[in-house]
Design a protein around this ligand. Structure first.
Ligand code: SF4
Ligand code: SF4
Ligand code: SF4
Length: 310
């Protein structure tokens, strides 16, 4: 039987090519903003990173055309209210790279590392602090620009590193990763570098951190660091796509937590509500497939997308 993780990986691979390098297969850039990380400067991308755009809006929020940022509102509110964090599991390029690293690690027979439950919960708060820091930094740039335009420009240029406008971009692993990868591949194939992009030292340090941690711990970046996820993960509580639980069937065996890339405890611990989708759930549906008691179902509204194979 086909495993859900293999179906997901195939979809992720297709989405990775379509979103990041769609221009290579004849697609053009669309006006769609998505809550996934796609670098703004990639010439063949087909969509735009909503988090970078949100920061861009906040630093320039006081210019008329940015006052109502419809694109970012839809990316962080409307899309997640319909599909929850489905894009995290099935389409985000940074999520895909982490899953590739996990496959490589498993191929090399290197064991996965896990934190204790207490440390996992403490580390899970890091992303909220990181998100707040970046959002407040962007707002402060906007405020300084209103008060004194020249001071705002200076602030933009000198904080925190060598950034142009968006506080996250110089320290986001996506630009360096997605520029470097095609370069490395084309150089290995002997057909020259794909771009002439030279990432900054902080960006290279962040990429190294991203690669090392996500190689050792499944979805480390998504679980603990991603500054975008706090903005829309709460939508999992109301989204049309979710995991449903029949508590009467559950034996509390813990299989769902063990197979979960986010180590979400909601499918195990939920006993009162049918919805078993925590804010940390990336809707990969691994738990649905693995539950030995068929206690879980993947739902879209009233319709069942997937139920257990047992
Ligand atoms: S949590 Fe992970 S998959 Fe979701 S947007 Fe962040 S990096 Fe992408
Ligand atoms: S895998 Fe199924 S039976 Fe086991 S704890 Fe999770 S929901 Fe309950
Ligand atoms: S709770 Fe289930 S669907 Fe959600 S991320 Fe974990 S395994 Fe995937």
């Amino acid at each position: 039987m086909v495993q859900i993780k293999n179906v997901k990986f195939s979809v992720q691979t297709i989405m990775f090519v379509l979103l990041m390098y769609g221009g290579v297969v004849g697609l053009s850039l669309t006006p769609i903003l998505l809550p996934v990380f796609v670098d703004h400067n990639l010439k063949n991308r087909t969509v735009t990173c909503a988090f970078g755009t949100l920061q861009h809006n906040l630093t320039l929020a006081w210019e008329l055309e940015y006052i109502i940022p419809f694109g970012t509102i839809s990316a962080f509110l409307l899309i997640p209210l319909i599909i929850g964090r489905f894009l995290c599991g099935w389409a985000c390029p940074l999520g895909f790279v982490q899953d590739v690293l996990t496959r490589i690690r498993r191929g090399l027979k290197i064991k996965n590392r896990e934190f204790s439950r207490k440390n996992h919960e403490a580390l899970s708060d890091v992303k909220y602090g990181f998100c707040l820091f970046l959002i407040f930094t962007a707002i402060s740039i906007g405020v300084v620009t209103i008060i004194d335009f020249d001071a705002g420009v200076l602030y933009k240029q000198h904080f925190p590193l060598t950034m142009s406008l968006e506080p996250n971009c110089p320290i986001c692993p996506a630009p360096a990763l997605f520029f470097l990868m095609p370069d490395i591949i084309t150089m290995l194939l002997g057909i020259g570098p794909y771009t002439n992009f030279y990432p900054s030292i902080p960006a290279l340090m962040m990429v190294s951190f991203f690669l090392a941690t996500s190689f050792l711990v499944i979805r480390f970046w998504c679980r603990y660091i991603c500054p975008a996820s706090p903005l829309f993960s709460w939508c999992n509580k109301y989204s049309l796509v979710y995991v449903e639980k029949d508590a009467n069937r559950c034996t509390r065996c813990g299989v769902c937590v063990r197979c979960c890339p986010s180590k979400s405890r909601k499918p195990l611990e939920e006993v009162e509500e049918q919805r078993a989708t925590g804010t940390d759930c990336i809707l990969c549906f691994c738990c649905v497939e693995k539950c030995p008691e068929n206690a879980l179902k993947a739902k879209i509204g009233k319709f069942t997308l997937l139920s257990g194979k047992h």
